[in-house]
Structure formats: structure tokens, C-alpha cells
Ligand binder design. Structure first.
Ligand code: SAM
Length: 248
């Protein structure tokens, strides 16, 4: 029956593809891909021959009507991104929202996701966490974003480019303090997989001493603020200061 399948693909190691992903990619009428050449290589690796169409950030809104009418005609479509789970810092949100609003069937084929993989090995609390996507590339914006998260008690997960890692760590030290625990997960499931945790200030030194750590892909996880239950919240202190000033 007409269904839009949201299919997760490997984040490095091709062995992580699921049997269901292979079956669905083989059976659907068309595969909508972020990059048809990139997905072409994945399909070739599994000897899957099927039609592809491009669906990326720049044409997603135009494609949504086309995808919806194909589904209304009874076709099946698989959506994949270049790596991992579609919609997670990848295209797909507009299509899924549109199809769901029309009552069309959307079904997940779960699999690899860098956020969840990194969390599963970080050794930081996972009972509650917040995924913050990519950090801004400019330092001022990045510091502002981190400042907004200063009191966040949940474990925080970010995607970041390793070539920016030193600048990002320096901003973390500056805004959140050198003692915050940070975990860097680089090249997960690939040959040079590295998972390293330390305080922000020690990690900064570690990165500065080893240029190899600035290659590939990485997930950055920052421990949440260990809020002292007895401490007065910063906002309350601000209010008290204002009140005191008024009383003078
Ligand atoms: N949709 C993907 C997912 O489910 O993880 C994420 C796509 S996003 C455009 C790409 C970012 O994911 C990279 O910049 C990096 O932060 C992270 N990432 C993807 N693969 C990774 C890997 N093998 N190791 C570490 N981080 C990875």
C-alpha cells in the first residue's frame, strides 16, 4: 500500500544497514535521496537497482506535492539522506509534515543515527538529553548559543565540524567553564573511531596537541549543569538585585 518509508542508512560502516532497509530500498517504486550520486554508491554496494530522485534542502518544498500525488496514486517511496536517519539535521521534515497532514501513511525503517550512537557510549546521563543540532560556525553566535544553555541540566548533544573543534572547545571553556565534562565522538563506526572524554579545558589541550583529531565527522556531548538544589537560581538573584536597588 502507498507508503512513504523514512529509511535510515549507515553513518560510516556499511555493515550497519538493516535487512528491512535493503528490502524496502529494493521494493519501493522510487527512492528520494538527498544526493543521488551518494546514494547510488550505497545501492551499488548492495546490488540494489532502483529508480532515484533528488530531494534536498533546496527542492524539498517543491517536491512535496509531487511526492504526495505519487503516494495518492498508490506508489511507495523511500526517503534516505546521505547518512544516518533522515530529518535528523537532514532533509525530510517538510515532506513528512505535508504527507501526514494529508493523511498519507509514513513509516520508519529505523537504523543508525550519530546522536544516539554517540550518546550510547558517552557515559553521561541519558535519561534526559537535548539535541541542539549544529553549533553556529561564527564564534560570537556560538558563544551566545552556549550562554543560553548555561543552566541546562540535561546532557547536551551537538553536531560540529572537527575543523572547528578547537574554536568550539575554547568557547565552551569560556562560556560554560573549563571544568564541564565533554565527550568527543569522532568517526563513529569507521576505521579511526575515537571516543574521548575529559573536562573542557583538558580536551582543548588534547585537540591542540593532536591534529588527527580535527579530521572526519564528530559529535560533541556536554554534560548538563549540575544544579545545586539548594542554590538560588540566577534569575532569582537578578530579581533580588533589582529589588535591592529599588529599596535604596
Ligand atoms: N542524519 C544524520 C544522523 O542520523 O546522524 C546526521 C546528518 S548531519 C548532516 C551530519 C553530522 O552528523 C556530521 O557533521 C557529524 O556531526 C554527525 N555524524 C555523522 N556521521 C558520523 C560519524 N560516523 N561519527 C561522528 N559523527 C557523525
Amino acid at each position: 500500500p502507498a507508503t512513504l518509508y523514512i529509511v535510515a542508512t549507515p553513518i560510516g560502516n556499511l555493515g550497519d544497514i538493516s535487512q528491512r532497509a535493503i528490502d524496502i530500498l529494493t521494493q519501493v517504486d522510487v527512492i528520494a535521496c538527498e544526493d543521488t550520486r551518494h546514494t547510488g554508491k550505497l545501492l551499488a554496494a548492495f546490488a540494489i537497482k532502483n529508480k532515484t530522485m533528488s530531494l534536498h534542502d533546496h527542492n524539498e518544498r517543491q517536491r512535496q506535492d509531487q511526492v504526495a500525488s505519487m503516494l495518492q496514486e498508490g506508489k511507495t517511496i523511500a526517503l534516505v539522506s546521505d547518512a544516518g536517519t533522515p530529518l535528523i539535521s537532514d532533509p525530510g521534515f517538510h515532506i513528512v509534515r505535508h504527507c501526514r497532514s494529508l493523511g498519507l501513511k509514513v513509516s520508519p525503517i529505523p537504523g543508525p543515527c550519530a546522536v544516539i550512537s554517540a550518546l550510547s557510549v558517552a557515559g553521561l546521563p541519558t535519561d534526559r538529553f537535548t539535541f541542539e543540532g549544529f553549533l553556529p560556525s561564527k564564534s560570537a553566535a556560538r558563544q551566545a548559543k552556549l550562554a543560553n544553555l548555561l543552566e541546562e541540566p540535561r546532557t547536551m548533544v551537538f553536531y560540529d565540524a572537527p575543523r572547528r573543534a578547537i574554536d568550539t572547545l575554547a568557547d565552551i571553556v569560556k562560556v560554560l567553564g573549563g571544568q564541564r565534562h565533554v565527550v568527543i565522538s569522532r568517526e563513529l563506526t569507521k576505521t579511526f573511531e575515537t571516543i574521548h572524554s575529559d573536562t573542557a579545558e583538558n580536551l582543548l589541550v588534547w585537540l591542540q596537541e593532536d591534529a588527527n583529531q580535527l579530521k572526519g565527522e564528530m559529535v560533541l556531548i556536554i554534560e548538563g549543569n549540575k544544579i545545586d538544589a539548594d542554590a538560588i537560581p540566577a534569575k532569582a538573584i537578578d530579581t533580588l538585585k533589582l529589588l535591592l536597588a529599588e529599596m535604596k
